[in-house]
Design a protein around this ligand. Sequence first.
Ligand code: NI
Length: 181
Amino acid sequence: MALRTILEFPDPRLRTRARPVRQFDAELGVLIDDMLETMYQAPGIGLAASQVDVHLRVIVIDLSDGHDQPFVVINPEILTREGDAKGEEGCLSVPNIFDEVRRAAKIRLRWQDRNGETHEADFEGMMAVCVQHEMDHLEGKLFVDYLSDLKRERIRKKLDKDRKERAARAPASGGGARRAY
Ligand code: NI
């Protein structure tokens, strides 16, 4: 396994629309394992392949504290959405920025696992939010797109400043108790 570099806003490669996975082969397995390792190391609770500059419809999520419940979501499709939930989100591609985003509270999802098997299930709470956030990445969309132009521009400037400071200092802690994806 190997760590991959996570692209950061406003990198234009994050705007690429991901292609469906057709080959469930060893190369896909390597990508998934690398994505999990990269997500755990960040640390984060979700990662889309788009964030490591691989434009395939692959998502990994793990909401467990022990990093022992990896959920691999390939070619996801939301079949139904219900309700409304507003919560604070963060993103590994927008480090240390957190803001409120409105999402569906409950979704029915169809997806394939790493072996190409198709599954369908309902998700709510944090898992539903995380799936919707990661699926946005596959469309080239970021959570900051839901914020005002003014806020987004402020975030862009802050990240730019942080990157310059990072060159001279130790990396930031990653937002303390808050979790990014
Ligand atoms: Ni994200």
